[in-house]
Ligand binder design. Sequence first.
Ligand code: ZN
Ligand code: ZN
Ligand code: ZN
Length: 381
Amino acid sequence: MSRRPLHTSSPPAASLRARLDRARVAAADANTDALLIAPGSDLRYLIGQAGGSFERLTTLVVQAGDAPARLVVPKLETPGYAGVPTGELGIEVVPWVDGDDPYRLVADCLGTPGRVAVSDTMAALHVLALRAALAGAEQTLAGPVLRELRMRKDATEIAALRRAAEAIDRVHARMGEWLRAGRTEAEVGTDIAAAIVEEGHTQADFVIVGSGPNGASPHHDVSDRVIEQGDVVVVDIGGPIAEGYNSDSTRTYSIGQPRERDVIESYAVLQRAQHAAVEAACPGATAQEVDAAARDIIAAAGLGEFFIHRTGHGIGLDVHEEPYIVGGNDLPLEPGIAFSVEPGIYQPGRWGARIEDIVVVTSDGAESLNTRPHELVVLDS
Ligand code: ZN
Ligand code: ZN
Ligand code: ZN
């Protein structure tokens, strides 16, 4: 089973080679003998291909030091890696066939390591089998090692995030074509999903159309609820572009003037909170300070209990990745770190609102990659 989009593009071999070298150094810095990378975004980051196998082990073995990286992969899956410049990357491909013990192959690459770090997303069946094959090694997570690389985006990655943001902005700009009273959330969602692809994504990853009371559930999907005049509607949408980088943007719409009397005043608070969080983001500010900038404003308006999630999340090859913009995260921001700023106010049983832009930290502040207006968008019906 493969979740690879049909058309993808990957960075030049020189960038991938530099990433692999940095991964080796990061592993050494973390006193880790080897990183064992499973298919997914970590693998795509390092070799330009996400791969995809489940019960058969595929893993990229990246050792601290100069040993060549090795891709242990089922022989039948090797065509999927044909586009990977293994020669230029110095990657040795180690194919195995059904009946072989792939865990033994990994162990043979490594000798007697003291500590190995496995991908956060590696399936438990592989983690436990590797534990048995490398009985003397402590297992840790590779996520904290790789986040040091992945959360600092280079110019090419930021350019890709910008293209993704522009594509999702074009979808929001067209919302009036689909979002009207008398249609169900699911009908509107189907049209939005098609537009996400039309405007330049390889697929629509998620489409949230939370109308009326459904807007109070931040991760609502779509439902058969018929949208009514006076509804406030939270539309949170995104997906990857060919380079694998994701969009994720929320705007809140009203079908005619909002029916609930407290919407306008609360929405103004939300707008100020979102703006304050973006203003707070700059090199040296911590992730939790950005969260607090939004939260303090909402709390001061007496609405703190209705803002029920963190202010944002990092974004890149994954929609949700490090760093998380949340209380307790004292990570200092640096130029090139990209994340969402998405405070929300959720009134159970009545309505919800959220404003979400992706921002990237610059040398002296943060730039919003999404540029649609932040006002409550009143659609005539
Ligand atoms: Zn979310
Ligand atoms: Zn979102
Ligand atoms: Zn988000």
